[in-house]
Ligand binder design. Sequence first.
Ligand code: ATP
Ligand code: MG
Length: 400
Amino acid sequence: LPAEFKAALPILETLENAGYEAYFVGGSVRDTLLEKPIHDVDIATSAYPEEVKTLFNSTVDTGIEHGTVMILDHGQGYETTTFRTESTYTDFRRPDEVTFVRSLAEDLKRRDFTVNALALKPNGEVVDLFDGVRDLQNKILRAVGQAEERFHEDALRMMRAVRFAAQLDFKIEEHTRAAIKDNAALLEHIAIERINVEFTKLLQGSNARYGLLEMMATKLNNYMPGLENVDIDLLGFAELLGQAQPKDDTQAWTLLAFELGLTPSDTVIFMKKWKQSAALIGTAKKSIALLNELRKGPVSAWQLYTTGQALENALAVADLSELEVDTQALATQFTALPIHDKRDLALTGADLTQELGLQPGPIFGKILHQVEQQVVAGERTNQASELLAVARTLAEKEKK
Ligand code: ATP
Ligand code: MG
């Protein structure tokens, strides 16, 4: 057992000693059998949420209506979910109700893929009701039960299929794949935030190329905002991902926008459709502005300056992309800029009033902006007396 599981063993023992069943389930079991590092340890138990709560001193109701209680143990949180079944699905995204049950088998049956439907006993024994271990060995992603039915219950599972294919480098089993192809349109019922989570993981998968190609082959992309009918661009993007792996969400999405050939403002529109965070959108927009210029040729000091904080991301994406630019040199050039922010300028609005007797107004911004550009371009030294003289000349011109 990996250390993460060992640390959680007392929790399972507490549940078992109280007469309940308790298992490790989900991705951590799958990844352990694949000898991959694990992140979150999920526990499933026959104890009902209220019963779980009476057994532990410190719990948080993270999703009690779904049966999930977080048990806090030595500063570590463990999501513990009561075995449950899911009733009929009428909206293609969530069960009309969940019912807590005492049977592990019932719980495993509702899980998405065979490799995700394994349970691990505290003694290290694996419960494998759907030949998940065999699929793990053969690197196959197969829906539990009837794929068609499972995607009707929850259409997000189709996105999860291509995500896991990319992450695990598993082939999607034939029937599962056919069912995705037949039901891709059901993705329209799924909240964009949830599609985003899966797609973002896909883009960073070790075989993102394959995941993306499967996403296209099954036409899932036709139900993803901004990705409808851009198959040629996506193909190029997939090939690129075959050689380059984005290291974070921002890199992944910036690279996508760049390969789609978006302008900075279209990047914002695209990202907003996907409900990206303001921070990601801001960085991507600035990065795309620089990258599009780099595509045309050498860039100015001003272009680097206005990229600002986004430069690190922009250069990382340039390295991932087909651009052949010396990103090291660009980074060095940026560091060497005389200023990196308006606040670094040795001239302020207050100087304009106090030293030149100007009244605040639109002309203020205009003068400061010109001075800023000249300093960044290296045409003027960032020194108060020199900049004041420049501002004086500019102000005279404005008066005429
Ligand atoms: P990751 O390593 O990315 O966390 P994971 O397999 O743990 O992968 P989670 O989204 O954390 O994925 O879900 C935990 C488990 O819950 C899954 O392994 C699967 O058994 C089950 N599960 C999650 N989402 C669904 C779903 N939409 N339909 C059916 N089962 C699901
Ligand atoms: Mg997980």
